[in-house]
Design a binder for this molecule. Structure first.
Ligand SMILES: Nc1ncnc2c1ncn2[C@@H]1O[C@H](COP(=O)(O)OP(=O)(O)O)[C@@H](O)[C@H]1O
Ligand SMILES: [Mg+2]
Length: 167
């Protein structure tokens, strides 16, 4: 397995997806990049909300898909940048937003529709593929693309079962 740790989890409702995200948010370290991939309604924003909670976003902050600003910045344990490439024309526009600086700021980044700007995502990122199985059922496939993201998958592997049973 080495650097490409993999894990697939089944989520049976929005709360599940949010709880998995929360665990990932608690496991972030500076420079972490999360690439969220899946169709509209697959649960990327629900997951992103969990990540922000896990990273201890203040109670008065809201998490939603970035619209006009194109990037949301959430304070917390780490500064967390939330982007949605669906609304971007491509990698050049992501560059223009200062994406590289966000990646190197000591904070963490998460990008919905990351497959649209694949060439801009840091090499060591955690890829999460969301698939819709049924109305309330999703699979979340985690693939670690380097040592930093592998740490998260390994932690998730150890706790996933009890995490999902506790919801
Ligand atoms: N297991 C699940 N995980 C996440 N969302 C789910 C799940 N089951 C149903 N849903 C619903 O699917 C939708 C996901 O929306 P959203 O997170 O905005 O998706 P995306 O950002 O991928 O377009 C929400 O309406 C949510 O209530
Ligand atoms: Mg979304």
């Amino acid at each position: 397995m080495g650097e490409h740790a993999e894990l697939t989890l089944t989520s049976t409702g929005p709360k599940h997806t949010e709880a998995i995200g929360r665990f990932v948010g608690e496991s972030l370290s500076p420079g972490c990049a999360l690439a969220l991939i899946g169709t509209l309604g697959a649960g990327k924003t629900m997951f992103a909300r969990g990540v922000a909670f896990g990273n201890r976003i203040p109670a008065d902050c809201t998490v939603s898909s970035p619209t006009f600003a194109l990037v949301n910045e959430y304070p917390g344990t780490l500064t967390l940048f939330h982007l949605d490439a669906y609304r971007l024309s491509g990698g050049l526009e992501l560059d223009a937003l200062g994406f590289d600086e966000m990646c190197e700021s000591g904070g963490a980044v998460m990008v919905e529709w990351a497959d649209r700007v694949e060439e801009c995502i840091p090499n060591d990122h955690l890829r999460i593929d969301f698939e819709v199985l049924a109305e309330d059922t999703r699979t979340l496939r985690f693939t670690a693309m380097g040592p930093q993201s592998s740490q998260i998958v390994k932690k998730l592997e150890q706790t996933a079962q009890s995490l999902l049973e506790s919801i």
